[in-house]
Design a binder for this molecule. Structure first.
Ligand code: ADA
Length: 575
């Protein structure tokens, strides 16, 4: 299942994931026993034996284990005509072959990609996917890091049967003026045939139906724009009432015959900044958040939706209203759930803690730009996403780094002017980039990495930002606070790494930050403990980042009740 609802009624879609696929190790590091001898590309009888469930992370399969390298997946399907294969996520570099012919190449585990195949003969076809999770110069964003870069087909795979033309993209932008909600909708329609296409696009939303003509030359594309439609009877989307509306775009051909459709769920809400605050539907938001990795001890990053929903239940129980999707675009089903549950989201491109030399890798800029383009185009309609983030803790203190930040902010604004943007900085009084984003954000760890009292530390940073950084007057957000605790390590004198110490540190941090009138709120690092790259073993006990308020299996630590009490004591808005 690609989404949490049916996104097509006309287009025929079939899930190819949700089943066992043949699997072979091709090249790279040492896998576990079962694979040591088999490295042939051919699907001989013997090589067909091992099968893995798709989606999954191969690290979680005991027969594959801690393998960093290239592996191949294979299955067959029956279909014909114009086909689209959608891959929601493959870690981290994918090559797709249909009947032995290369048809897609994609880098980055955290964004979707597709292969559109025209006039495929009716019959049984072979689909092979090579996935490679090796670290090298070629991979500027997946690097050894404070989280795991898993291998494999980690998100769903869908087969779509397309007609002669199809709707490639549908974007909805809400706005509010003169007491009335408005929406602009933009659709991209593409002709797959060698004959011209004449028809119409019929748009239905919140009781209103609009039609626009579509005229496509052979193989051509058209943007259909419906601007500033007024809706006088809609309920706005908010954390208190996350009202969603179904938007349907129907592409009809000659005589009104349905050719294709695209269905999404949207919400009427605005996000702006003003008066040093983040404004949701005009009201100043207080952010009470968690940073969350897509990480689970059983599933790695391939988290099934029921486990995603459990995470959101904990988030709600804790009184939080915000998730920062660290440090990459998330599985779209998680965003669907946030839309439904009224949880606000910061989604960010994929880049954590890259030093200047890593940003100078010639692949860095094109790869980061690609993630931004894919993230925004794929997740544009989610009302829950209220902030686009980029470049967590990268080299924002260098001239070269700053030039990359500027370009990425310009790109974001050119793709989506309806949401504010930000970057989580750890450069304290040396950051050069606060002039670019709409929101100034800092990751701070008082009482963990240093002992400055949180309230003074945060106020001092705020005052510095007001001086000459370009960040003056912008909302000021703390995007990480936290402290490590090993689950079950209890000690009455509360040393670091004990659950008592974590509860103490979080209490001081949250009170210091939420009590500061200049901050718009904070996010706790992190929701649950998670694995880190093996290369980080000497920095992280158990090769895990243990700053979760829950342990990896979602067992609450002592700090859970502390956070819950503090988050529940303050509302969603500054009044
Ligand atoms: C950072 C970073 C996180 C994590 C955290 C920590 O600021 O953004 O990914 O590494 O620190 O645990 O130190």
């Amino acid at each position: 299942m690609e989404r949490m609802f049916a996104s097509h009624r006309v287009r025929r879609c079939r899930e190819l994931s949700g089943s066992l696929w043949q699997f072979q190790i091709l090249e790279g590091g040492t896998p576990c026993s079962a694979f040591q001898e088999k490295r042939e590309r051919e699907w001989t009888k013997e090589n067909r034996e091992h099968r893995v469930f798709v989606p999954s992370c191969w690290e979680k399969d005991p027969l594959v284990g801690r393998f960093r390298g290239k592996a191949a997946y294979r299955r067959t399907f029956r279909a014909g005509g114009n086909l689209r294969l959608v891959f929601c996520g493959v870690g981290h570099t994918a090559d797709v072959l249909v009947d032995g012919r290369a048809c897609a190449h994609h880098y980055n585990a955290y964004t979707a990609f597709d292969a559109v195949l025209r006039d495929v003969p009716e019959g049984t076809h072979t689909l092979e996917v090579d996935a490679d999770n090796r670290f090298s110069e070629a991979s500027a964003l997946h690097v050894p890091n404070d989280y795991m870069s898993y291998g494999g087909i980690t998100r769903p795979v869908i087969l779509e049967e397309l007609g002669s033309a199809w709707i490639r993209e549908l974007h909805f932008t809400p706005s509010y003026s003169d007491g009335v909600w408005h929406a602009s909708v933009e659709a991209r329609v593409q002709n797959l045939s060698d004959a011209p296409f004449a028809g119409k696009l019929v748009l239905s939303l919140a009781g209103r139906t609009e039609e626009r003509p579509v005229r496509l030359p052979a193989g051509g594309e058209q943007k259909v724009v419906l601007e500033d439609m007024a809706f006088d009877r809609v309920t706005p989307w908010s954390p208190e009432e996350p009202k969603l509306y179904e938007i349907t775009a129907l592409l009809a051909g000659d005589g009104g015959k349905p050719v294709d459709d695209q269905i999404d769920r949207v919400g009427f809400r605005t996000v702006e900044t003003g008066g040093g605050r983040i404004l949701l539907n005009g009201r100043p938001l207080r952010i009470k958040g968690f940073c969350r990795h897509e990480e689970h001890p059983m599933f790695g990053s391939a988290i099934p939706p029921e486990a995603m929903q459990m995470d959101l239940s904990f988030v709600k129980d804790l009184g939080a209203n915000f998730i920062r999707c660290t440090h990459y675009p998330n599985d779209e089903r998680f965003l669907d759930l946030c839309d439904e549950e009224g949880i606000l989201v910061w989604e960010e491109n994929h880049a954590r803690g890259l030093a200047l030399e890593q940003m100078q890798n010639p692949n860095f800029e094109p790869q980061a730009e690609q993630v931004i383009r894919e993230m925004i185009s794929q997740h544009y309609n989610h009302p829950s996403i209220v902030i686009w983030g980029i470049l967590n803790e990268c080299a924002s203190d260098s001239e070269y780094g700053a030039s990359c930040y500027r370009k990425q902010y310009d790109l974001i604004r050119s793709l989506d002017a309806s949401r504010p943007s930000s970057s989580a900085s750890c450069k304290f009084r040396t950051d050069l980039c606060f002039g670019y984003p709409d929101i100034v954000s800092y990751n701070v760890y008082p009482f963990w990495y240093h002992d400055a009292p949180p309230e003074h530390y945060v106020e001092d940073l705020y005052q510095w930002v007001q001086e000459e950084t370009g960040g003056k007057g912008k909302p000021f957000l703390i995007t990480e606070v936290g402290a490590g605790a090993m689950y079950g390590y209890r000690s009455s004198d509360g040393p670091r790494w004990s659950e008592e110490y974590q509860a103490f540190a979080l209490e001081q941090q949250l009170k210091g930050i939420l009590g500061n009138p200049h901050t718009s709120g904070c996010c706790i690092w992190q929701f649950a403990d998670g694995n880190v790259s093996e290369e980080w073993w000497d920095k992280r006990p158990g090769t895990m980042n243990n700053k979760g308020v829950l342990d990896p299996y979602r067992r609450p630590k002592r700090s859970y009740e502390t956070v819950k009490q503090i988050y529940h004591s303050c509302g969603n808005y500054f009044e």
